[in-house]
Design a protein around this ligand. Sequence first.
Ligand code: PLP
Length: 514
Amino acid sequence: MRQLFFLHKLLRLKRHVYLDHNATTYVSRRVRQTMQRVLSTSYGNPSSLYNIGRKSAEIIETSRQYVADAIGANASEVFFTGCATESNNAVLQSLARQFYPRKKKIISTPVEHSSVLNTLEFLKKQGITIQYCPVDRYGRVLPDELKKLIDDDTFLFCCMLANNEIGTIQDIETISMIAKQNSVLVLSDCVQALGKIPVNVHAMGVDYASFSAHKLHGPKGVGAIYVKEGSPFTPLIHGGHQENGMRAGTESIHNIAGFGEACKGVAKLLAHSEQIARKKQYLIDHLKKIEPQCRIISPDTGSLPNTLSCRFPGMENAALTAALDHNGIAVSTGSACTTHDYKPSRTLVAIGLSEKATRETIRISLDKTTSYKDIRYTLHVIQRFLKNSDSTIKIVPPTRIDEKFLYSNQTCVVDVRPQFLRKKTKGFPNSHVVSFFSIQHYLHQFPKDRDILLFCQHGNLSYAAAWYLKSKGFHKISSLQGGIIGWKIRHHELYKKLLENNMPRVTNETRGNI
Ligand code: PLP
């Protein structure tokens, strides 16, 4: 293994190992071919009555049947959406509109995906009561706690089938039964489950379920909702009569065809589960060997075969993921949908990890294409990093950043926030703007001989960016503690004063000199 590693280095070959299949998956060849065919030949509008339109409509109906077969539903219970985020929004918002103010309460879990949690926060502002059912140390719903929370005001219980970060599988049948006994509807986010474990929405006893094509080798930009025959639902998007009046807008035929094709392959994906689980176990065994302190967060049983959440006490996950990235290995620190502000994972906090522990945890998610060679290479890079990881990143407290500092030429100050956060809160005058998400294109502009201070909204993204730059050979890096928000709290007057002439030197990732 070691020889292979040095050979790769010598030849400057970069090995690419993708271990983030819960974030998204590559589009399979069969799906690509189907989509290509549809894109080339089926351009008719499915709502048109002539032949080419009818052909497009037929493609949609065939795909609907494939999705229904994969999830154990009737085709008439499946509706296509733009993504699973939309599916979750559509159900939650539809039911809130339908029941409020007759009934006001939704119960959910604290380990849901942000497409559920943030929608619930939105509904809370509209007057809906939101309660979260306590979970055990693996994120499993405690049925007795759920029973205690359900009352006459409750109209919905929302619980994912499999967790995207730690892989925990919920006992949905039991949970649904409790809800049903109390005339409460159930929504289950099945996004991470489909293609990894068997899914049968009828057997689960849920009223609604959400799915996304890109998690099972389908395209991005298409999802589905299962709405049980007879369950209430009003559309989120109004307009034409598409999707039987459940979701307006001309259908994305090639994406839907791709989703159908991906669902056709679900049985084949499931056939790989055991083999993937064995690879995960191999990874766990060797991680414990190379780092006895390593703590496995995912449950031993009752978890997705491909998902491993593990913690390296004392090791910043931002540092480790940056080092892995530098060696061509993609793993994540948690859900892809929460990376923009790099906040501590809500799931990990909910299962009892301290904020520090959440920052020492990474998620590795395998797939049938992950080889033992990939795993051994990853283990080798982790081992090397744990042995050699030197210093830490310098964290600068907000009190150290005053007006003199900001206008001096000693330090290069860089705003690494994505644009939407820069719009929300103005940054320092004289700062350069290089979003972390495009930082790789601007490395040549960062000075190696000057101090570089990175800042973001709350101090987390800049910290991750600092580790990334360090992995690229920049050593005079520091990160502003608490970000611009933390600084603003401590320097309120100065922030107001500077805001008036806030003109970043380099805006919108232009190619000015840093
Ligand atoms: N629910 C879960 C559990 C997920 O993991 C994801 C994606 O990461 C989503 C919902 C959102 O899916 P989409 O990307 O289709 O909006």
